[in-house]
Design a protein around this ligand. Structure first.
Ligand code: LAN
Length: 720
């Protein structure tokens, strides 16, 4: 595998697919299974191409069967689909640094994990020696410095070719003083960067009155939960013990003549141009320099002690209410480290360690730390909807029953204690993105969970198992309704929008955009509206007035954020095809038809205008970053279709009734999809499709099955 990874990215991807296929075939033959169905040949699919005719329904059904056969083969015993949720390159180094600072590298990492982690890091070195923010991105100081440090901590020699090349990348661009603030923070914790070379993160912010728009309790939960332990660690200047390796790193990482000659005051605001997605507005310079002046008085003061105690109480609350999984990979490691600095022998540290495994995933490229503890519920809810859409549910009852069981078991049944005191939203009845243990409720995960549950509830119990009782579904409706924002009428992710967008001016993370508050999104709003409407259809008497009101105001919101070209910007996957799929389905759920709604017609026009010669659609991650449509292209500059984008576009078009106007674009799209299926029923894993904070990509490895099957299902049953 190594040799393959040293080749170009294109070849690298190709070998990943081959590896996955081989792995799957091996698993099936080990279980004594053979691939029973044959996928359609390219010949069969292309028949009728010239006349713009539909694909033979039998051919589509055979392809869908093969696809589900493959997909149910990788379903977990408990009913969910485990999949690689990697992508970001700045996560695992944090864990490795923390393990080192806690002097627990042996226990937390150990020989076997260490070897696989190193393999991963080396596999994702770019050709120029640097490392991106995510696996497909251009080299950044953040990715490169953290990877370099991680490789060194995992035992790689400074003069190894990999380290030498990576170090050269860093030094050529001004050295590690140019790393963005989160990188500076990790280096300071490790003891290879000075704390006064960092802009302050005072824990005293938590003591401010809540009515202030910049109270951290009003921030987006991910921002809040990361800066919470950071403020504690900053407040106590949590630093690992100096070792021979940290001394070596101090001399390796910097471009200055010596570590002692570094100007830490200028380093505070330095950031490599490769990393600068969100440059500081000037107001931050004023804020940071004022706080720098105050900091010496706060340090060691009684106020600091009280603030740190308050932060620590909140850290324990988060740990206990997520069963030590924590909301994400960044606060997981920071919280663990905070607990260790508070008391290295505490129960909390002991409980943290086994739950590190929840974030680790080993794949063909080595061991990685995932962007979450998985995407279990989210994928499972979509998978159910996709399989049911194929019309083949009767043949896959066992698979659906198990998925149903997973959905039932992962619904959150209670609120966290004293929600308001701890700045939490209610969770009773919600669904999480991953697991019940994690438990943070999310508007669109609740909605997709509810949609899947309602779909299953309308099917034969003997086939798919017992339906979730209606009072529990009503609890979910209650959460979804509570998420709607009074002002905008839209839905945000985990909580309501609690402050104004002006707070974004204080975003100190140069690499991420839109992180300060929980904004309303098209995805969350549309999914919530779809779920509420579906619930109302089945239970018209429950919360009828509230749902009707939500529908009216939510619909207005969707229209208000549609772009002039008819598209919607997707914030959580790539990009306009994703956003537009949600936009279209949201409008339709709330009453639009093609004939009566100009917004819907515009959206359809937009999608049709982006269909490629080859029949497919594709978008590059650059769409997210640049907020403008960017197609994926091959080496010769020809548009290259992507199964997942094609799936979203087809789903939106079919929902709008495109088949009644002109089915040709749909036939072409279906053909484009079918011609890419492997013989074992799987589809190729193409370029990365998930995103967060406009700039960092994340893998959704199940999407290639989910959205192809779903779109083919709708095509087969509504178009042909
Ligand atoms: C996710 C994953 C799921 C995603 C959807 C449900 C798909 C979306 O519709 C709403 C937002 C949400 C819940 C989401 C938000 C940001 C997350 C949590 C992530 C993309 C997974 C990882 C990311 C998190 C912020 C990564 C950790 C990095 C930091 C910068 C803190």
């Amino acid at each position: 595998m190594r040799a393959a990874y040293a080749k170009t990215r294109h070849e690298r991807k190709h070998s990943e697919d081959a590896f996955l296929r081989a792995q799957y075939d091996a698993r099936r033959s080990a279980r004594g299974l053979e691939t029973k169905t044959k996928t359609p040949s390219a010949m069969e699919i292309s028949r009728g191409e010239k006349e713009g005719k539909g694909v033979d329904g039998e051919v589509v059904r055979r392809a869908m069967r093969a696809g589900i056969e493959y997909y149910r083969g990788i379903q977990d015993e408990d009913g969910h689909w485990a999949s690689d949720y990697g992508g970001p390159m700045f996560l695992m180094p944090g864990l490795i640094i923390a393990a080192n600072v806690m002097e627990k590298s042996e226990e937390i990492i150990g020989e076997a994990r260490g070897r696989e982690m190193l393999r991963y890091l080396e596999n994702h070195l770019n050709e120029d020696g640097g490392v991106g923010l995510h696996i497909e991105g251009h080299s950044t100081m953040f990715g490169t410095v953290l990877t370099y440090v991680a490789m060194r901590l995992l035992g790689k020699a400074a003069d190894s070719p990999e380290c030498a090349k990576t170090r050269k990348w860093i030094i050529d661009r001004g050295g590690a003083t140019q790393v963005p603030s989160w990188g500076k923070f990790w280096l300071a914790v490790l003891g290879v960067y000075e704390w006064h070379g960092l802009n302050p993160i005072p824990p005293e912010c938590w003591l401010l009155p809540y009515w202030l728009p910049m109270h951290p309790g009003r921030f987006w939960c991910h921002c809040r939960m990361v800066y919470l332990p950071m403020s504690y660690l900053y407040g106590i200047r949590a630093t690992g013990k100096p070792t021979a390796l940290t001394a070596a790193l101090k001399s390796e990482l910097y471009a200055e003549a010596s570590y002692d000659s570094i100007n830490w005051n200028t380093a505070r605001n330095a950031c490599a141009k490769e990393d600068l997605y969100y440059p500081h507005p000037w107001i931050q310079d004023v804020v940071w320099s004022t706080l720098m002046k105050v900091e010496p008085f706060l340090m060691n003061s009684r106020v600091r002690k009280a603030a740190c105690e308050d932060a620590m109480r909140q850290i324990h609350y988060e740990d206990e209410n997520t069963r030590y999984v924590d909301i994400g990979p960044v606060n997981k490691v920071f919280n663990m480290l905070s607990c260790w600095f508070e008391d290295p022998d505490s129960e909390a540290v002991k409980k943290h360690i086994p739950r590190i495994a929840d974030y680790l995933w080993v794949a063909e490229d080595g061991m990685k730390m995932q962007g979450y503890n998985g995407s279990q519920l989210w994928d499972c809810a979509f998978s159910v909807q996709a399989i049911v859409a194929t019309g083949l549910a009767d043949e896959y009852g066992e698979c659906l029953r198990r998925a149903h069981d997973y959905i039932e078991k992962s619904q959150v049944r209670d609120d966290c204690p004293d929600v308001e005191k701890w700045y939490r939203h209610i969770s009773k009845g919600a669904w999480p993105f991953s697991t019940r243990d994690h438990g943070w409720p999310i508007s669109d995960c609740s909605s997709e969970g509810l949609k899947a549950a309602l779909t299953l509830a309308s099917m034969d119990e003997k086939l798919v198992g017992e339906a979730i009782p209606v009072d529990r579904l009503a609890d979910c409706v209650n959460v979804i309704l509570s998420y709607q924002n009074r002002g905008s009428g839209g839905w945000a992710t985990y909580e309501n929008t609690r402050s104004t967008k002006w707070v974004e001016l204080l975003n100190p993370a140069e690499t991420f955009g839109d992180i300060m508050i929980d904004y309303p999104y098209v995805e969350c709003s549309s999914a919530s509206l779809q779920a509420l409407c579906k619930f109302s259809e089945r239970y018209p008497d429950i919360r009828a007035k509230d749902i009707a009101h939500a529908k009216k105001t939510g619909r207005k919101f969707l229209k208000s954020i549609q772009r002039a070209d008819g598209s919607w910007y997707g914030s959580w996957a790539v990009c306009f095809t994703y956003g537009t799929w949600f936009g279209v389905l949201g409008l339709i759920a709330t009453g639009s038809t093609y004939e009566t709604c100009p917004s819907l017609r515009k959206a359809v026009e937009f999608l049709l205008s982006k269909q490629q010669e080859n029949g497919g659609w594709s978008e590059s991650y650059l769409s997210c970053e640049k907020k403008a449509y960017h197609e994926l292209r091959d080496k010769d500059g020809k548009p290259k279709p992507h199964l997942v984008n094609t799936g979203w576009a087809m789903l939106a078009l079919i929902a709008s009734g495109q088949q009644n106007r002109d089915a040709t674009p749909l036939h072409r799209a279906a053909r484009c999809m079918l011609s890419q299926q492997y013989e074992n029923g799987d589809f190729p894993q193409q370029s990365i499709m998930g995103v967060f904070n406009a700039n960092c990509m994340i893998s959704y490895s199940c999407y290639r099955s989910i959205f192809t099957l779903w779109a083919l299902g709708e095509y087969c049953n509504k178009v042909l």
